[in-house]
Design a protein around this ligand. Structure first.
Ligand code: ADP
Ligand code: MG
Length: 375
């Protein structure tokens, strides 16, 4: 009664002002509500379509295939990535790689390694990154019985590697530089982040592991920015994430193919290694060396003798992380084919292709499945 009255009078009811326009208030409320809901739903749906359309389009437009080629770590570095805002992410990646190089290079004044080498045996505060690299170096030192040893810095300098003047040192010079070789001369604290060299003749050179470490860190940096397809290549130290870059994704990801150079004729490839995720990394005697009296002296030193290694032309390692791959590759160059191959077979998750000075190919048990030999 109350409501009908309100309708007839066509004046707002003080508690329900809207009742005044309704003939049959209850059903009208019901009907009107349903019409309203339908309209709202339709509107919401259209809005949703537009918003998601814009979102998908924006996502599609911000999918970029980016690439940077820069000179750092004394080599050509290429970084490629497919993903959202890849251009911006790669600019940041290059900055991050340069920051790491400035910590780890023995030749950059003020780097962690430079300060350690010039501290006359005092404790030197260093970055967490330097400690991480030393931990990898220590592990590979132990597992290779010292074939990989980052304390060969003074010996490397004597041979002139890392300087302009490469030369064969005298036996006496070598003997005195060898006094400081041995990873046991390095003391460091992970918790307090310091490093100390215990012997006055010891000098660090992280050149056999730092490049791989920086490749790993660059890869992790790119991944942390949401990009799932990337390749970081530091002069043949390659790490791949999510297969081949710049490939149409609707076909599904495809393995990236990494070429192995012919140590004799570097224009040619002798093998191709295919991986979806992981590191493919080559150490060789043909990139950095000098020749004197017909003898080739390469930049990899046997820590037992202090002299450049001989016997293997190149070692290609396939494993998940580039840092450990880098150190293992250098170690296998030192160990030679038998001991080198034994190390690889013993090290889980690591495969290798060794090319001897006589151009003989030797593969670890799991390597053939990843490798296409081209000759
Ligand atoms: P590249 O820098 O050409 O990729 P490698 O990965 O084979 O070469 O590493 C060679 C570098 O490793 C040398 O330039 C030197 O800095 C360092 N190095 C040489 N011999 C040893 C060794 N026995 N143990 C650890 N590091 C070494
Ligand atoms: Mg190496």
């Amino acid at each position: 009664m109350h409501k009908l009255w309100a309708v007839r009078r066509k004046v707002p009811h003080e508690n329900h002002p809207w009742l005044v326009y309704c003939r049959a208030p209850r059903s009208a409320v019901f009907l009107g509500g349903s019409q309203l809901k339908l309209k709202q739903l339709l509107l919401a749906f259209i809005l949703l379509v537009i918003v998601s359309g814009v979102w998908v389009l924006q996502g599609y437009l911000s999918m970029e295939s980016a690439r940077r080629d820069v000179l750092m770590m004394d080599t050509f570095v290429s970084v490629m990535a497919d993903g959202r805002e890849a251009e911006r992410v790669l600019d940041e990646t290059v900055v991050e790689m340069r920051r790491l190089e400035a910590l780890l290079s023995a030749h950059i004044e003020g780097s962690d390694v430079y300060r350690i080498n010039n501290a006359l045996g005092a404790q030197v505060s260093v970055s967490a990154e330097t400690i991480e690299v030393l931990e990898v170096a220590e592990e590979v030192f132990r597992r290779t019985n010292g074939a990989f040893d980052v304390t060969i810095g003074a010996v490397l300098r004597l041979w002139g590697f890392g300087t302009e003047a490469r030369q064969v040192p005298t036996a006496e010079e070598l003997l005195s530089a060898m006094n400081g070789v041995g990873f046991t001369n390095v003391e460091f604290s992970r918790e307090e982040k310091w490093v100390r060299l215990k012997h006055p003749a010891t000098r660090l050179d992280l050149g056999g592991v730092a490049k791989g470490y920086i490749v790993d860190r660059a890869t992790e940096f790119i991944y942390s920015r949401g990009i799932r397809h990337a390749v970081v290549d530091a002069g043949g130290d390659v790490r791949i994430t999510g297969g081949r870059p710049n490939s149409p994704r609707w076909l599904g990801a495809r393995k990236a193919r990494v070429g192995v150079q012919d140590p004799v004729n570097r224009e040619r490839l002798v093998a191709v290694v295919s991986v979806m995720d992981g590191a493919v990394l080559t150490s060789g005697d043909y990139e950095r060396y000098f020749v004197e009296d017909g003898i080739r002296y390469t930049h990899i030193i046997d820590p037992r003798t202090g002299s450049p290694v001989r016997g293997l032309s190149s070692v290609t390692i396939v494993t998940s992380k580039a840092a450990v791959a880098d150190a293992i590759a250098t170690a296998v160059m030192v160990l030679g084919k038998e001991a080198g191959l034994a190390l690889i077979e013993d090290w889980e998750g690591v495969e290798a292709l060794l090319i001897t000075a006589e151009q003989e190919f030797i593969m670890s048990s799991g390597m053939a499945a990843l490798t296409e030999v081209l000759r």
